[in-house]
Design a protein around this ligand. Structure first.
Ligand code: ATP
Length: 362
């Protein structure tokens, strides 16, 4: 029996609502494949924990998560729970820095049959990966704002070490995708026409590009990329960008899939990884049964792919494929319309359809 330990951090708002169905899908998929078991340990962290105990994530919780093989997270943060300086409580962002989860990997692949916002038929063929740097950039200023009565400064930090590990990861990803028939291009998204820190970012990208001659290295300014992602998103393969630009572009990219409830992600480091949907805690729909669990279910499948590669364990990859296949089949008929698309399918209905297709395939 192949076994892995998963730390589960449901978090706030719709976090627990999308985590519960994802665990059900994971358990059912493991059972269907057989000889493969996941042990889940649920841990408490987030804005409510901060409100009640004064810390967003306790040290023993961090240690328990570190002991696991991988971490699955729902969503954290609530608009009304803030640190004294006015920022939202976001321990998931702190964990990215603490565990050096430098690559925020966001695959953008609309699911055939799901309603898409772009009318062009080519939009259904969009299939790219956005990688967001997650340990520095403008986010490095969090909690360090230099402020007087008349001025506030947030300093952007770009270091050579963080850039090199990020770009190497992305070039390898593009190389890997090329073996699967993708274009083998990596686009560096920056603002090198305005900011010195971004000139530095791009220079290191160009240096690392020389080490990966099989990948076509390209550049785009972030503003131009926002336009390109609406006009011809199907022409991209892998793109890499700074933390804040990635935060913004990944919501835009989620829109290409129909909404945040469809967009999975993985925060990847050399030692650890956290998998979570791209969305936040969505307090506007929390408790209403309307949260779309698809993004979290797909993030759980990404977690299995990561475990499969890291531990050379093909069964984990098999479970991942079973889950993504079930999600694809659930939407394929075009009649599954989650609430976020203006449809009537709430959390339970989306989950039921995925489980149904999982059982049919097993
Ligand atoms: P954060 O900054 O924490 O990432 P956010 O400000 O991007 O959060 P979200 O909490 O992601 O905000 O919500 C943005 C919008 O998307 C809200 O209207 C929310 O209801 C909707 N939304 C987010 N996730 C889902 C989901 N899984 N299902 C349905 N709607 C969602």
């Amino acid at each position: 029996m192949v076994e892995f330990h998963i730390a589960v951090l449901p978090g706030d708002g719709i976090g627990p609502e999308v985590i519960v169905p994802s665990l059900d899908v994971l358990a059912a998929a493991c059972m269907a494949v057989g000889g493969f078991k996941l042990h889940f340990t649920t841990l408490e962290a987030g804005a409510l924990v901060y409100r009640d105990r004064g810390v967003a994530i306790a040290e023993e919780t961090v240690e328990a998560a570190e002991a696991a093989d991988a971490i699955l997270l729902g969503a954290m943060g609530l608009p009304e729970v803030r640190y004294p300086d006015g920022r939202e409580v976001a321990p998931q962002v702190d964990l990215r820095e603490r565990w050096s989860l430098f690559a925020g990997v966001r695959p953008v692949r609309p699911i055939p049959g799901s309603p898409l916002p772009l009318a062009d038929a080519r939009a259904a063929g969009v299939d790219f990966v956005l990688v967001r740097e997650q340990t520095e950039g403008l986010f490095a200023a969090r909690g360090k704002t230099e402020q007087t009565e008349d001025e506030a400064r947030d300093v952007q930090v770009i270091t050579r070490a963080a850039c090199e590990r990020l770009f190497d990861f992305c070039f390898k990803l593009a190389e890997q995708r090329k073996t699967k028939g993708y274009a083998g291009t990596l686009t560096c998204v920056d603002k090198a026409n305005v900011l010195g820190s971004m000139v530095f970012f791009r220079r290191i990208f160009d240096e690392r590009a020389k080490l990966f001659p099989g990948v076509a290295a390209r550049h785009r300014y972030v503003d131009a990329m926002a336009l390109d992602l609406i006009k011809h998103p199907w022409s991209f393969d892998v793109m890499v960008t700074e933390n804040m630009y990635g935060d913004i572009l990944s919501d835009l990219a989620a829109g290409l899939m129909g909404g945040l409830g469809m967009a999975p992600s993985g925060d990847i480091g050399h030692e650890r990884a956290v998998f979570q949907p791209c969305h936040g805690s969505a307090p506007d729909i929390a408790g209403k049964g309307k949260a779309n669990p698809t993004a979290t279910i797909l993030s759980a499948a990404m977690m299995l792919d990561w475990l499969a590669e890291r531990h050379n364990e093909p069964k984990a990859g098999q479970v991942a494929r079973l889950i993504t296949g079930a999600v694809d089949r659930a939407y394929a008929g075009g009649d599954l319309k989650p609430c976020e698309f203006g449809g009537t399918a709430g959390t339970l209905e989306v989950t039921r359809r995925v489980l149904e297709n999982l059982q049919a395939a097993a």
